[in-house]
Ligand binder design. Structure first.
Ligand code: CS2
Length: 493
């Protein structure tokens, strides 16, 4: 038994940090500490800290959202001194449980935002990373930062801002005044060119606040693009009990995930970086092919599972992977729709990547949740599916699978599955009026929803007709029958 305060005794099978944790100081501040951060970036930093000479690269976790869930997480992380268990679940081998020690300090910004800004201004902080979700960058369909969005407009008027853009900008103001130099802003969200998107958002916020400071940021702050990957399910109360029973540790905030992990980063760090290459990170001059493959194959497949799956009554990813029609849908989508528009990154083979995805989704040990993936589809579909939809329509190839997915999204918004069972919809970024468009008696009007703005779908009357027919088929015969038609060779979808 290892005694690891404040966990107390930790069973020998649980791996614990091998390094001198009290000597570790934060060099990275992470904004918005979700499960994904704790299962992904924190794991790489844990590996970095396990090697000698890297004690300056601990993580300061900063909670940003002012809600009870975030506050409870902050209290638990503080009570546990930043420690938590991560259970990694391979498909065909026993789970591994490790205590991750990389988060050495944690603060909840809404408690004292000025203090959070001062911590970011500490010269020891050389990277500010963030995971704020696809919709968290306030970028519209033409790639502009939404300065007139109420959340942003309100924040710009506050002396002490609340948003990640404001916290980082005000910290950079202090650093410039003190001559301590910039930090790198490192987006770890699922967006193409997430560094460019972050740059657009942070600089636009700063420019609206203080053009002179924005110029300084534009000249000094770097925003590397990154591709991140690790399937990390949500953790509910039953999971906590199950995970703690498995680990033998009494952890208030355990996390679990698959055993696959990948991080590809552009090497553009204005204030230095940890030797992440020693921890398995791939550095490259151009992340584009990696992120495109990941977003358009993995994440789009996830949406392709989640939206039809919710309607068919499935709630668990590995369960729906037993449905041969669903597997055929994914295989066809990947091979016929997504792959022809992609370029394989060096050393990668797209068919093999697709086959590996199907194996990852089938992993019963993680039993990932379809509601998690379906949530915020209004932000996800433009990121994961738009390019494939546009490419398919431009090439004039079969758009039936895309019409099916978008039609399932519109039907999903009705809030109940084909058996009538209700589910919760979490769509914080749907614009007012979108729900009415989805429910309009003319099924094609759903294509006017804000989520499809800029896709140009209305310029393709054949697609609009196909979409309307697919919705009619979903309503008339149910999702399973509609899918069966779509994947059965010889029968038009
Ligand atoms: C999922 C992702 O939320 C989603 O839509 O596709 O969270 C996915 O699990 C991760 O990107 C995997 O790296």
């Amino acid at each position: 038994m290892t005694i690891l305060p404040p966990f107390g005794p930790v069973p020998p099978a649980v791996l614990v940090p091998s390094y001198d944790r009290p000597a570790v100081r934060p060099g990275i501040a992470h904004l918005s500490v979700g499960n994904f951060h704790r299962a992904h970036q924190a794991v790489y930093l844990d590996r970095v800290l396990a090697r000698p000479g890297n004690a300056q690269w601990g993580i300061l976790g900063i909670g940003v959202m002012d809600d009870t869930h975030e506050r409870a997480k902050a209290e638990a992380m503080q009570a546990q001194h930043g420690l938590y268990t991560l259970t990694e679940c391979p498909a065909d081998a026993p789970d591994t449980v490790r205590v991750i020690g990389a988060i050495v300090d944690y603060l909840h910004a809404p408690d004292d935002r000025a203090a959070a800004i001062r911590r970011l201004a500490d010269p020891a902080i050389r990277i500010v990373s963030l995971t704020v979700t696809e919709g968290g960058y306030y970028i519209d369909e033409s790639g502009q930062f939404q300065l007139d969005h109420p959340t942003i407009a309100e924040d710009l008027a506050r002396p002490v801002p609340h948003t990640v853009f404001g916290l980082a900008t005000e910290a950079l103001r202090l650093r410039r005044a003190a001559g301590t130099g910039p930090f790198t802003i490192l987006s770890c969200d699922n967006l193409p060119h997430n560094g460019h998107v972050a740059r657009t958002a942070f600089l636009a916020w700063a420019r609206a606040r203080d053009p002179d400071l924005a110029d300084w940021m534009a000249a000094h702050v770097t925003f590397p693009n990154t591709m991140v990957d690790r399937i990390t399910p949500a953790v509910g109360p039953l999971d906590i009990t199950r995970l703690n029973a498995g680990s033998g540790v009494d952890d208030r905030v355990p996390v679990f995930c698959e055993d696959f992990i990948q991080w590809v980063i552009e090497d553009k760090f204005c204030a230095g970086r940890p030797p992440l290459q020693d921890a398995g990170v791939l550095f490259t001059g151009d992340v584009t092919p990696y992120e495109q493959v990941k977003l358009r194959m993995l994440n789009a497949s996830h949406s392709m599972l989640a939206l039809p799956g919710m309607l068919m009554g499935y709630r668990v990813v590995s369960d729906i992977m037993h449905n041969p029609d669903v597997v055929a849908l994914l295989e066809h989508y990947l091979a016929r729709d997504a792959e022809p528009l992609l370029q394989a990154p060096p050393g990668m083979e797209l068919h093999e990547y697709a086959a590996q995805l199907l194996r990852r989704f089938s992993n019963v040990a993680i039993s990932d949740q379809l509601p998690r993936i379906a949530s915020d589809s209004a932000s996800k579909l433009p990121v994961f599916v738009r390019a494939t939809a546009e490419g398919t329509l431009a090439r004039g190839t079969d758009a039936a699978r895309i019409a099916f997915l978008l039609a399932c999204f519109a039907e999903y918004l009705r809030g109940h599955d084909d058996t009538g069972a209700a589910y919760d919809i979490h769509e914080p970024h749907l614009a007012p009026g979108d729900m009415a468009l989805a429910a309009d008696e003319d099924p094609a009007r759903a294509l006017e929803m804000s989520v499809f703005a800029g896709w140009g779908l209305g310029d393709h009357p054949a697609f609009v007709a196909l979409f309307a027919q697919t919705r009619a088929a979903l309503r008339a015969g149910g999702t399973r029958a509609c899918l069966r038609q779509l994947v059965t060779p010889g029968e038009p979808g």
